[in-house]
Write a protein of this length. Structure first.
Length: 949
DNA sequence: AAGTATGTCATTTTT
DNA sequence: TGACATACTT
């Protein structure tokens, strides 16, 4: 038996990229089950929900495939599996013992936006006090005026962002003399001020009965260590848990480790009730210290190193430390490159637990693989350089995949979907998008926050929506609840329970002063909406509600300006207010939909950040912009953990920082993490790795090697510097190769996200003027808008129900609830809601009894819901969204739902009318998946299905 | 109206 | 160090 499966031993595994980490974790879990552990007594902890879902999935699929006996035995208990994120675990702990902890069991978790709002308020409260009582920052505030306020707010927020470390810092005051950082009265005063802000913040949260994300960890730790009830809580935990497994252990921060530490301390010390019973509880930690890339959110590599070292001390013969050596992911060339490179630059010889040591691993895959570096001459890190580079990458992609026919030999011709471009940041994303689009290369941008969902943009969208339609209760509700108007929950509840069905009327008639002033603020805007440009009204609204101050961060200002620009653009096209609103609604929907697009099986090049790529793998990986050096963190505040004690330093002068211990340490840690980030990027590649970047000679004719290029130069001396000043391709593993841009195919696919976010990231698609135009498929067909308002809303409700069912978000048994929730969101009037409910449920009942429900609607492998596409055909570019695609037996079946009532005789004629629409859908799907297609219309109210093509 | 000087700020993202 | 915006010249 493989050693790490031994259920009597605690294990810590250092599992490098591609060594089958999840597989090992799952096997361990199963071996614990097989050795007789009860499923509900095994606790597995991950850091993201996605990771938790993947692990559960993997365990169940192995069990179903290989261990049918076991599967049969535990089948009923599967819902009891405890595979959760650390935060969910903490939250459960807190709520379960809320009363013991002196908390309200119904405690709510603040979202980030609200938490920040509350924090800013707290700082202002504290600063006001400071000014009124002439505290030690009084002079500072008086001298520098408003600038001083925002500077202090920035500094205090920087400290605040280092939570939960900051809290330990406060708890540890006054600090002992520290050789790294001599005592500094200014720092102490600043911390004192921070302490006051923090106290106000805590109090505000207490009054609201909420906690924030940081509190979850801190409170959980307190619950099991410094609370009078700690022993009881630990005892209860112990009773319910025999084994703990932790995934991605290198991403653990100190608080999280302390939680796990406290929970398992008894086990490790060889004591405890379990041992007395003859049970051996175990800990199983898996991670790769070289993939620790989340320092900026508190992850601490030293934890992994320290635990690794002390594991044996704790457990003696019951402990196993395993270093996985095999790599199942990459071809030999890539592994050879990785071993040479990181063997050189990752070496923690000294006493620095935040550094990592690289030990080589060995390939298991047969074949060769290829690693290339493409250099071109250019100025470093300018927009021009990145645009050129994007062109180069696009050309290379065409030469790799442009013919579209997958070749037999790996690396010769691949699918677009095999290629991934990994970026360090999103700054130059636009350049890459433009390049791929102009070359008709299908691509998907994975991850990132949608512009329209940023809180400030979302709010302004609602403002526009409200102006377009003042009886839109939802928009008004959002406005009133927002920090710009700021009605309290209680007042809002009162308003909603009012008799009027129109919220705005209730607001007008309300006696409360806050409501009056809200009404007086909003009412004039409605009257003026007809004459005054929308962008001016929005700006005025922001000024009158102090919106610019609420959204004070630079990025938010930029977003607001961008939004104003978009609105301005619409107005130039002389669009009416309702039309603008419609467009905004569309753009939001496109954002919602992005989660539904299954990027994995979409044949499109993926673009994502290195951070986002963690845990994934791709046959071909592009790593552009290797000459870029990320700007080092410029903050005047530095909080860090040294030898298990939190340290704090504050220095306004940037050049002074280079001399101070804590700042030097931070810089060194950042440099180390930069290496690890490069490691993660490189190890995503399975068959082929292509790195690109610009080089330029300096005034003395020397090549300046910067960024990740310096890593390559160190381990392969001369590889970069000897090729100065000439564009060229070379392969580190040997032969040279030249990229030849190929011809462009006539179809271009993009996700709607990319399409609608054009105003945000990219310029318009450059097309020969006057020759082409964007056409909505339904627009070209000329249907879809004749239906009454009732049916267009009902139609969208139906579609959302179907989408929910297909995506698995709505279970057939839970249909009534889901429908109810959907209607509640869209319809306020009780009568209308009741009517809609009746129609939808009646139709759904009929549908469920038909074969179509199982065949089309239910989730299925190789199926897509609300699939967006863009198709060029002649001089028109069609865009649209396909209700459902199911690929079975090599045929892609395209379904379009028509939800309005249809008489028996009408169906055939209607189907003929929609023929063109469906034919476009089929063509797009055919190009996208490369399969034969069939097109169907499903009249859902009958229900009846007609094959159209 | 166009050109010039000055100032400010930069990445990664989960719960 | 460079991109971008704003303020100030000519």
């Amino acid at each position: 038996m493989t050693a790490y499966l031994d259920p009597a031993k605690s294990v810590i595994i250092s599992a490098p990229a591609g060594s089958g980490k999840t597989e090992k974790l799952s096997r361990r879990y199963l071996s614990l089950l097989e050795s007789g552990s009860e499923i509900e007594k095994i606790l597995a902890i991950t850091f993201t929900e996605k990771a938790a879902a993947e692990m559960k999935d993997r365990i169940l699929s192995i069990m179903r495939r290989e261990k049918t006996g076991l599967f049969g035995k535990v089948r009923e208990k599967i819902p009891l599996m405890r595979i959760t994120t650390i935060h969910a675990f903490c939250r459960k702990l807190i709520t379960r013992f809320a009363l013991d902890l002196g908390l309200n069991p119904a405690v709510d978790v603040l979202d980030e936006f609200k938490a920040r709002q509350l924090w800013t308020e707290s700082v202002y409260d504290a600063l006001r006090e400071e000014r009124e009582n002439a505290g030690c920052f009084f002079e500072y505030l008086r001298h520098k005026g408003i600038k001083g306020w925002s500077a202090l707010l920035g500094t205090l927020t920087a400290i605040h962002q280092k939570r939960p470390y900051t809290e330990f810092l406060l708890a540890g005051l006054p600090t002992k003399p520290d050789p790294l950082q001599p005592a500094n009265p200014e720092e102490e005063q600043l911390l004192e001020l921070y302490r006051r802000c923090f106290r106000i913040y805590q109090e505000k949260k207490r009054i609201l009965g909420t906690i924030d994300f940081n509190d979850m960890e801190v409170l959980a730790l307190r619950a099991i260590t410094s609370n009078p009830q700690s022993l009881n809580i630990l005892y209860a935990f112990d009773e319910h848990t025999d084994h703990i497994l932790v995934d991605e252990f290198q991403d653990t921060n100190s608080v999280q480790w302390r939680i796990i530490d406290a929970l398992t301390e008894e086990w490790r010390s060889g004591l405890g009730a379990k041992r007395a019973e003859g049970k051996t509880p175990t800990v199983f930690l898996v991670g790769d210290e070289k993939q620790s890339i989340y320092m900026f959110r508190g992850a601490n590599v030293s934890v992994f190193q320290e635990v690794k070292q002390r594991f044996r001390e704790w457990l003696g013969g019951e402990a196993l430390y395993i270093e996985a050596k095999e790599n199942y992911r990459s071809l030999p060339a890539i592994i050879h490159f990785t071993n040479t490179l990181f063997g050189h630059i990752m070496d923690a010889s000294g006493d620095e637990p935040w550094k990592t040591t690289y030990s080589g691993f060995s390939p298991t895959r047969q074949g060769e693989g290829k690693v290339e570096v493409i250099l071109f001459e250019g100025r470093e890190n300018s927009k021009m350089t990145r645009t050129r580079e994007a062109e180069l990458v696009a050309g290379k992609i065409i030469s790799l995949a442009g013919r579209g026919t997958p070749g037999p030999a790996a690396g010769q011709h691949c699918r677009y979907g095999d290629i991934c471009i990994l970026l360090r940041n999103r700054t130059h994303l636009a350049s890459f998008e433009t390049a791929l689009r102009t070359h008709d290369i299908p691509y998907v941008v994975v991850g990132g926050i949608g512009f329209y969902d940023e809180p400030e943009v979302a709010l302004l969208r609602e403002f526009v929506s409200f102006l377009a339609d003042p009886v839109d209760n939802f928009s008004l509700f959002v406005l009133l609840r927002s920090p710009l108007v700021g009605l309290s929950e209680a007042v809002l509840r009162d308003l909603l329970s009012g008799r009027e069905s129109i919220l705005f009327d209730t607001l007008r008639d309300s006696a409360a002063a806050v409501c009056r002033s809200a009404f007086e603020l909003l009412e004039p805007f409605i009257a003026r909406a007809a004459g005054v440009p929308l962008s001016i009204l929005i700006e005025e609204f922001l000024t009158r509600t102090a919106g610019w101050e609420v959204f004070w961060e630079r990025q938010r200002h930029a977003n607001i300006k961008k939004f104003l620009g978009i609105i301005g653009g619409y107005e130039e096209q002389a669009l009416s207010l309702p039309e603008i609103r419609e467009l905004l609604v569309l753009s939001r929907k496109s954002n919602e939909a992005k989660a539904n697009v299954n990027t994995e099986s979409l044949d499109a090049v993926k673009i994502m950040t290195v951070h986002g790529s963690k845990g994934l793998q791709f046959p071909v990986v592009f790593l552009p912009s290797l000459d870029e050096t990320p700007p080092s963190k410029a903050g005047a505040v530095c909080i860090d953990e040294v030898n298990n004690a939190v340290r704090f330093a504050y220095e306004e002068e940037a050049c002074e920082r280079t001399k101070q211990g804590l700042f030097i340490l931070r810089k060194a840690k950042e440099a180390e993490e930069e290496k690890r980030l490069f490691y993660v990027a490189v190890t995503r590649a399975m068959d082929r790795l292509i790195m690109t970047g610009a080089v330029k000679n300096d005034c003395k004719g020397q090549t300046r090697v910067r960024g990740a290029f310096s890593f390559i130069e160190q381990s392969f001396p001369g590889s970069i510097s000897e090729r100065k000043g000439r564009d060229g391709v070379f392969s580190i593993t040997g032969e040279a190769e030249l990229a030849t841009p190929g011809g462009a195919p006539g179809v271009s696919f993009s996700t709607e996200k990319a399409f609608f976010q054009e105003p945000v990231y990219t310029e318009k698609v450059p097309l020969p003027p006057g020759t082409e135009s964007w056409v909505d498929v339904t627009e070209a067909v000329g249907h879809g808008k004749k239906k009454s308002a009732d049916w267009s809303l009902l139609g969208s409700l139906f579609h959302r129900v179907f989408e929910g069912i297909s995506a698995g978000g709505i279970l057939p048994g839970d249909l009534e609830h889901a429908v109810e929730a959907l209607i509640r969101k869209e319809v306020q009037a009780e009568k209308t809601a009741a009517r809609y409910r009746e129609i939808i449920l009646a139709d759904m009942r009929k549908l469920r009894n038909s074969p179509f429900f199982d065949e089309i609607l239910l989730p299925a492998a190789n199926s897509y819901t609300e699939l967006p596409f863009v198709l060029r055909k002649g001089s028109a570019i069609f865009r649209g969204r396909i209700d459902r695609v199911v690929i079975r037996d090599g045929i892609a079946r395209v379904y379009d739902y028509k939800t309005f009532p249809v008489r028996e005789k009408e169906a055939g004629a209607l189907a003929r009318q929609y023929r063109f629409q469906i034919s476009i859908y089929c063509e797009a799907v055919g190009k996208l998946f490369g399969t034969r297609t069939k097109g169907f219309i499903l009249f859902t109210s009958r229900p009846e299905m007609i094959e159209v093509i």
